[in-house]
Design a binder for this molecule. Sequence first.
Ligand code: UD1
Ligand code: UDP
Length: 366
Amino acid sequence: MKLSIILGTRPEIIKLSPIIRALEKTNEDWHIIHTNQHYSENMDKIFFEELNLPKPKYNLNIGSGTHGEQTGKMLIEIEKVLLKENPDVVIVQGDTNTVLAGALVASKLKIDIAHVEAGLRSFDKNMPEEINRVLTDHISDYLFAPTEIAKNNLLREGIEENKIFVVGNTIVDATLQNLKIAEKNENIKAFFDNIVDDDYFLLTLHRAENVDNKERLKNIIDGIFTITEIYEKYIVFPIHPRTKKRLEEFNLFDKLKSNKKIKIIEPVGYLEFLMLEKNAKLILTDSGGVQEEACILKIPCITLRDNTERPETVEVGANILVGDNKEKLIKAIEIMLNKERTWENPFGDGKSGKRIIKILIDCIKR
Ligand code: UD1
Ligand code: UDP
């Protein structure tokens, strides 16, 4: 069997790493195709290095652009590679433009598609990710749903049950495997001691609907400032390049930097970030992966969005949605800081990567 793994962004590299680990233990013929949707060293290369992943066979150098431009260029370049490689199956993960482009090219070439993290729904069609997920799911042949909730979303849309496999989320594999490595690594420990000298909350922010909208971004920043007035804690903020760009465009970056309790740092590697999560008193985020990791690591999470495609985190009591509303944010912090961290991890046992590869080998070779 020949497999092409198509990836392009930070979360795809992280969440596909357990699948790559599992494939390395087989005799299958496989390779990585990187669209380079993410290309800055700290959004891309650092993850290949820290996670000890093999170099992509193909780097397509697509980079940034409008949705149409970026996705269009990906279609052209991915098609060339898939025509040359002619794999039995293409693996994509998540909901980025890379995922949609990879799946669409494979579908037109009649190559089987395996979608990892299938069935997530925010039910918000304004999000580019929601469009990418829905379209990818409907052209996929193997839908690896992380939970029963995700499976039911797919069934409700008429997708055949025999294509759906509930396997857990590979983020559990990645978190558990790498936290152990991070905790033993002296360099990571030194980084950590250097960044954090007190109790802190961790913040990440990058979702287009938050950071591309000046009003919403301003409301979120106001909320963050209010937190620094109420609590003694620092706020550690590894800033996504999209967010930095928008804050500068909207003249909000200097204001943010002027607050000495907000520690803005460049995006960090996965080992560093896991340590930042694990030791935070609370996590504030609009990231999908970070909501999951907070839940797995038993760190209370507040999500700066009006909806989530990870409702499991809210159901188990690990996460509260506050959107850009300051009053909701302050109330939620009080609730979450007083919460017992006894919730169950709803995303599986950390063996999803192996499970996915076993299913693909069994089904495709049959
Ligand atoms: C993309 C995904 C989003 C995912 C996120 C993970 C889509 C539509 N969006 O959003 O679902 O949650 O990745 O982080 O696929 N930039 C850099 N260096 C980089 C990458 C981006 O400076 O390596 C800057 C550029 O200014 C670029 C902007 O960030 O224009 C946005 O990048 P893009 O890949 O379009 O979207 P993300 O916001 O990263
Ligand atoms: N992450 C990281 N360094 C950072 C911020 C995040 O390694 O500075 C990791 C985080 O642990 C998670 C993933 O990046 O696994 C989430 O990526 P992101 O928030 O960009 O995308 P999303 O999950 O929202 O698609």
